[in-house]
Ligand binder design. Sequence first.
Ligand code: NAG
Ligand code: NAG
Ligand code: NAG
Ligand code: NAG
Ligand code: NAG
Ligand code: NAG
Ligand code: NAG
Ligand code: NAG
Length: 389
Amino acid sequence: MIISYPSSLLPARILVVLLLVGYATSAHHHHNNHVSKNATNQILQQAYVALQAWKRVIYSDPMNFTSNWDGPNVCNYTGVYCAPHLNDTNVLVVAGIDLNHADIAGFLPDELGLLSELALLHLNSNRFCGILPPTLSNLSLLFELDISNNRFVGPFPSVVLSLPSLYYLDIRFNEFEGQLPPQLFNKKLDAIFLNNNRFTSIIPPNLGPSTASVVVFANNGFGGCLPPSIAKFANTLEELLLINTSISGCLPTEVGFLYKLRVLDVSFNQIVGPIPYSLAGLAHLELLNLAHNKLSGIVPDGVCVLPNLANFTFSYNFFCEEEGICSNLTSKGIVFDDRRNCLPEKPLQRSKKECEAERPVDCFDHVCGKSTSSSAASYHIPLSSTPPP
Ligand SMILES: *[C@@H]1O[C@H](CO)[C@@H](O)[C@H](O)[C@H]1NC(C)=O
Ligand SMILES: *[C@@H]1O[C@H](CO)[C@@H](O)[C@H](O)[C@H]1NC(C)=O
Ligand SMILES: *[C@@H]1O[C@H](CO)[C@@H](O)[C@H](O)[C@H]1NC(C)=O
Ligand SMILES: *[C@@H]1O[C@H](CO)[C@@H](O)[C@H](O)[C@H]1NC(C)=O
Ligand SMILES: *[C@@H]1O[C@H](CO)[C@@H](O)[C@H](O)[C@H]1NC(C)=O
Ligand SMILES: *[C@@H]1O[C@H](CO)[C@@H](O)[C@H](O)[C@H]1NC(C)=O
Ligand SMILES: *[C@@H]1O[C@H](CO)[C@@H](O)[C@H](O)[C@H]1NC(C)=O
Ligand SMILES: *[C@@H]1O[C@H](CO)[C@@H](O)[C@H](O)[C@H]1NC(C)=O
């Protein structure tokens, strides 16, 4: 599901997306019949300059994607897709570049800013390194940016914040570090993939309403608590993945305000305290994974009776009671895992000694971010190490 959100686009999908982008954008513009053939040539000429500059800083191309990147006819280059200019359908422009899975090593040169009509840039699974050039801010039509599974470094690439048309952002599996900018969550983005980087701060406490339907934070070293501001995602968020992000503290009641959620996975963290009763409001929830935390108290009936719940994993915690139907999830056809808790009637639980050593937590007193990281051992997590095609 989440991790397999389509990141690699077949040419057919590229065309579909280009058409969608074209329709969406052209609605705001008047048709301009005065764009001359010369202007056509100028746009493709600029693209030629950009792509030749790019080819010069490509040091390895084992699959020969760029070996035909010669001559001014850029529309014939492998991985380069041309489409009619939005204001003049007689004029071709470079609207998409798809080098997914090319295993290319190199940099992104400043000249990429010359590709001013680009709507899609897909570089999934290459060996591009360095940073995103600030000139990318010139790409005012860029709609999908996928640079996942490369070797980009440095702070969050803030140039993406200046892209007015951006809708889909995938920067997972790189080596970005430091803080996430609050503005990221205020952009009109549908999907935000940040997993498997080295980011160290989670959602900022103050932000406006987000438009994202999918946010994947997994496998970063955020630390701290999940802030109540998560509620700002309520109008759109369907999948929230916080696996292995060093989150501690209690789950805020506000998680239960994310009424569109289908997938909630907070496994492999140091979360303490009870399951908030508000989770009983997540009527669309299909998958709930709380495993490998330090949650305690009751597994509430309100969660177990959720109409769409199909898979409820709460193993490796300190729950001591399953309320109502929670003790017989099989009877509801729910796939579950309740091992390694402190449930007196169930097999494969923790020892009495372990359970007694775990003191209950008062979430009102609990100081965020002060939890010990004694259980922060690295676990094997079944997130594929490369994003799928
Ligand atoms: C447009 O192209 C024609 C020939 O292709 C050329 O004669 C003319 O000078 C060009 N105009 C401009 C403004 O570049
Ligand atoms: C790429 O081109 C080189 C040189 O022409 C050739 O030796 C190699 O086999 C090609 N690789 C692939 C994957 O086609
Ligand atoms: C571009 O590709 C098309 C179709 O493959 C071919 O007919 C055309 O001659 C090519 N143009 C150039 C300049 O290579
Ligand atoms: C289309 O033309 C309008 C004005 O005629 C202009 O404002 C807009 O930027 C143009 N769009 C593109 C993509 O060039
Ligand atoms: C931005 O795009 C325009 C064409 O629309 C081009 O003339 C200009 O040089 C580009 N700027 C950069 C920094 O690449
Ligand atoms: C249920 O969810 C857990 C945790 O996300 C996953 O490992 C497991 O494969 C799922 N089981 C089924 C049958 O989907
Ligand atoms: C769970 O429910 C099923 C059918 O609803 C029943 O047959 C079974 O005995 C129950 N198991 C326990 C442990 O209560
Ligand atoms: C958990 O995340 C850390 C980085 O924050 C990483 O070093 C570790 O390998 C991750 N665990 C797994 C199994 O992915």
